[in-house]
Design a protein around this ligand. Structure first.
Ligand code: ZN
Length: 283
């Protein structure tokens, strides 16, 4: 067992020669102590099972509600890199604990507790005095792991009915879920629309009209129309292409004019237009 402890204790020396990195590793050692009698691989096995790159499982315990509390420590030396100058620090300033949300695993709740270090940056030319550890798996100031953010955003786009449903499933706040969703769809929305031969158009009434007052003229104007126009790829597989605020012909024509040059007949007079417009009607 002694050899196990020696393997995980790794002293880090600061500029004055003091041992600065021992506390974190000691915690890891304590866990190894508890479990090493049966199997000194259990910490590694738990780390593999968790699968968060750069983090090592130190201890798993149950809380009063039957949830699993997973204590993790940093296992990636690049986490000590100063975010401003990039130089690896060896001077520990203190410790911090964060609780990033992670993807659900199993039925019982899983709570991550990351015991991380705060480092001093000793680079003379660097303006940053200190920083806490961060990893690509859990970026600085992130409340959720990167993989939860990715999964939540994709889930809302593909499986859940709305942002609120995704937020509830992943036990995150609505703003966190919404940001994840936006990050997921932004690259998709930046792509040009697919070629379309038949546009389907339908109008939808939603909510109430919103008015706003011009601060200069004092005149009221419609800020958000209660009518939206949905535009779909009626003969292809492009699905819903856009939702336009309002339902006038001018609004639709304006939207079509903004579409890619690859759309045939986009700028031609109506009777020449190869793109046919098919109103759904009936509402
Ligand atoms: Zn620095």
């Amino acid at each position: 067992m002694t050899s196990v402890i020696m393997a995980v204790v790794k002293a880090v020396h600061g500029h004055e020669g003091e041992v600065t990195g021992l506390v974190q590793r000691t915690q890891f050692q304590a866990v190894q102590d508890d479990t090493a009698g049966q199997d000194d691989r259990s910490g590694q096995d738990a780390t593999l099972l968790l699968g968060l790159e750069g983090l090592a499982v130190a201890q798993v315990e149950l809380d009063d509600e039957g949830g699993r509390v997973v204590h993790v420590v940093t296992d990636d030396e690049s986490a000590a890199g100063c975010p401003s100058c990039g130089v690896l620090s060896t001077s520990v300033k203190g410790h911090a604990v964060t609780r990033p949300r992670d993807v659900p695993y199993g039925q019982a709740p899983l709570h991550l507790v990351w015991h991380k270090r705060r480092w001093r940056c000793r680079e003379a030319a660097c303006p940053r005095g200190s920083f806490t550890e961060s990893l690509p798996a859990v970026p600085a100031r992130a409340r959720v792991t990167s993989r939860l953010r990715t999964e939540c955003g994709a889930g809302i786009a593909q499986r859940f009915s709305c942002v609120k449903a995704g937020a509830e499933h992943y036990a995150v706040s609505w703003p966190v879920a919404h940001r994840a969703f936006i990050a997921h769809v932004d690259p998709v929305l930046a792509q040009p629309l697919p070629p379309v031969t038949v546009l389907g158009i339908d109008e939808t009434r939603r909510g109430k009209v919103k008015w706003a007052q011009d601060p200069v003229t004092g005149r009221w104007f419609v800020l958000a129309d209660r009518w939206h126009t949905g535009i779909v790829d009626a003969a292809g597989t492009g699905g819903l292409l856009a939702h336009i605020d309002g339902r006038t012909a001018a609004k639709v024509a304006e939207w079509i004019a903004e579409q890619p040059d690859s759309w045939p007949g986009r700028d031609h007079p109506r009777h020449d237009r190869p793109v046919r417009v098919l109103p759904a009607g009936g509402h």
